[in-house]
Design a protein around this ligand. Sequence first.
Ligand code: NDP
Length: 479
Amino acid sequence: MNIKNFINDKYVEPISGDWLDNYCPANGEIYGKLPNSSKDDVEEAYKAAKEAFPLWSQTTLDERSRILIRISELLEASLDRFAEAESKDNGKPISLAKSVDIPRAASNFRFFGNAITQFASESHESVGQQAVNYTLRQPLGVVGCISPWNLPLYLFTWKIAPALAAGNCVVAKPSEITPMTAYMLGEICNEAGLPKGVLNIVHGLGKTTGQAIVEHPDIKAISFTGGTTTGAHIAKKAAPMFKKLSLELGGKNPNIIFKDCDYDEMLHTTLRSSFSNQGQICLCGSRIFVEESLYKKFKKDFVEKVKQLKVGHPSEKATDIGALVSKQHLEKVLSYIEIAKKEDNTILCGGNQIIIEGYENGYYMQPTVIEVINDECSINQEEIFGPVVTIMPFKTEEEVLQMANKVKYGLSATLWTNDLRRTMRMTQALQAGIVWVNTWMLRDLRTPFGGVKASGIGREGGFEALRFFTEPKNICIKY
Ligand code: NDP
């Protein structure tokens, strides 16, 4: 099946006639094509967005909100169809696509459809000067949204929904590796009555299509989620044009376990925070630190549980771990196992590719636990972004805090303890944009989301996203 670009409410072929192959990670087969879009396609998308902007930016909040909520309802009504497509395109278990990815994409539209009606700006009376100040929050114009492959529709809509709610028109590019559900979204937007040109979706490679969006002189802002190296490259390209940037980048998140935690809940959640979505979530707790007196028990119980996880075809009900997203990515993750061995770490379980009968060319890998001898080894410092976690013991709070913070990333951290004072000390000292205590990935869409250090700049979520997608203008009136 051929995926097409969605420009000015029509599905169109790439101007150049160039196509890319779309692979199914579960069996390694090509099952369709997608446009290898060029600068010219991006220009067409930009023109459509520019033309749509005057009307969309002046559309009442009630009407914008109604359309976004309608998109959300239509997505919910198409849950099965979208979940099947997401699972096939990405390799993730269908159960996950059904319970997390697609419901969350629908929530993104519903949430921002409602949030825009509550988005207030400031006013200040300049007492004694007979003046009043108020702030307008104006949409930016045409904005660019670029998203990765791990949570395809979830992250694509996490950007698009607030951008549209705030009155912008959008040129968006999903990852070339997982284009399917973004393609399907066009139809839903038409059915919901989104005016033509307000959302334009261009498919293609990052280094050409993505870069053309970043380099477009009249695209006012870029909201990007992806790798840290790509983020730095985008920042460099965008800087001379003074583009507004939101960069959500990589993570190497600590999961810190103290002896006084609720053990069973911690064990169950740690299994999830390590291997959900094949470990391909920027928030996964890939570095597990365990208090020394609990370490031996944890190691035994955790490894036992990991060995019971079922790796299988994404469409099978019993599957816990599906396929990795691509052959190249599987090779990259496996290369870290070799590095781990060279650095004298111990593979406690997993570490190999798995061949599944009937799907011999799929990209499957065993969930892997590696005991590391020191926190500074490569596999404890670099983002692997696959079903691989490290474990090591710690003696004191000070020691674990130092190790937790001693990475270039700072996206999230998880802390397991029932000690309130320790919780207060550590949550303040951990270098991360998000800290979970006694839970993981419990998300409230009103809260700010993003990282520090090499995990990015800016925050998404709630009013932070609406602030990013609007320009504040102060008006001062003397009376
Ligand atoms: P990439 O950085 O490779 O790609 C992300 C997106 O950017 C893709 O659409 C990609 O296109 C595009 N792109 C690549 N190069 C350029 C360029 N020069 N200019 C413009 N766009 C470009 O990341 P991955 O897709 O591999 O995603 C995995 C990464 O994303 C991990 O590091 C992960 O931690 C991070 N991530 C961060 C999250 C966060 O919220 N902080 C959430 C989820 C993931 P193409 O696919 O064609 O390369």
